[in-house]
Write a protein that binds this ligand. Structure first.
Ligand code: FMN
Length: 207
């Protein structure tokens, strides 16, 4: 246990500087990642939207595992696209179906303003061409892990959000994790089922 030296100061190890330790392109992305809250008005491309959905909850193995880890591989999360200005996708709210890498429309029309109002009128949601909304269906995971399943689902949303942040940094797209909103208002706006709880809103737009 530690040095029993002449002083009682704890041992300190000065770590190698980032440059000396080596710097991969992945680490560059980590260094560059920031929350960005204003975006160009340019429409998001359908292919970029597809890349974000895959990064969030896409299938990445033949066994059906996904890009983000999940306790017990129970996958309690859903990802919704709130599209307002996406080339090739009509304005509306869509649910991502991981297994098919496809979208199903749940609500038609441009819901961005309503979603922004539900999120304490944070303007970036209204201004971004689209947002992703990550929500949890807790019973999928509490059935195995009981109360702790709630914690696991929330942790998992963090993994998904970070995947979105890092891809956004790579693609020159701005995003910001938004947790300040009225759950009921978001649920109403997106017509989420009663057993689905919104956890994060992440607007997306070119920088
Ligand atoms: C759980 C959580 C909730 C957040 N909610 C909001 C939010 O409602 N509005 C907002 O503008 N930023 C929100 N943020 C983003 C933080 O403000 C941001 O991460 C922080 O200022 C650090 O900046 P950086 O992400 O650029 O490193 C949230 C971040 C986290 C992790």
């Amino acid at each position: 246990m530690g040095d029993q030296g002449l002083t009682d100061l704890p041992m300190k190890i000065k770590l190698p500087e980032r440059e000396a330790a080596g710097r991969s392109s992945f680490e560059e992305i980590l260094a560059k990642r920031r929350s960005i809250r204003s975006y160009s008005e340019k429409a998001l491309s359908e292919s970029d939207v597809a890349r974000f959905l895959w990064a969030a909850q896409g299938i990445s193995s033949k066994e059906g595992f996904r890009t983000a880890p999940s306790a017990g591989a129970l996958y309690p999360l859903e990802v919704h696209l709130v599209a307002g200005n996406v080339a090739g996708i009509e304005p509306g709210v869509y649910r991502y179906i991981s297994e098919e890498h496809s979208l199903i429309e749940d609500v038609s029309g441009d819901l961005r303003a309503k979603l922004a109002t539900a999120a304490l009128s944070q303007p970036m949601i209204r201004n971004a061409p689209a947002s992703l909304v990550i929500s949890a269906v807790y019973p999928r995971i509490t059935s195995k892990y009981m109360k702790r399943g709630i914690r696991y689902a929330v942790m998992e949303a963090g993994h998904v959000a970070e995947n979105i942040y890092l891809l956004a940094t790579e693609l020159g797209i701005g995003t910001c994790a938004i947790g300040a909103f009225e759950d009921e208002e978001v649920r109403k706006a997106l017509k989420l089922p009663a057993n689905e709880d919104p956890l994060y809103i992440m607007p997306l737009g070119y920088v």
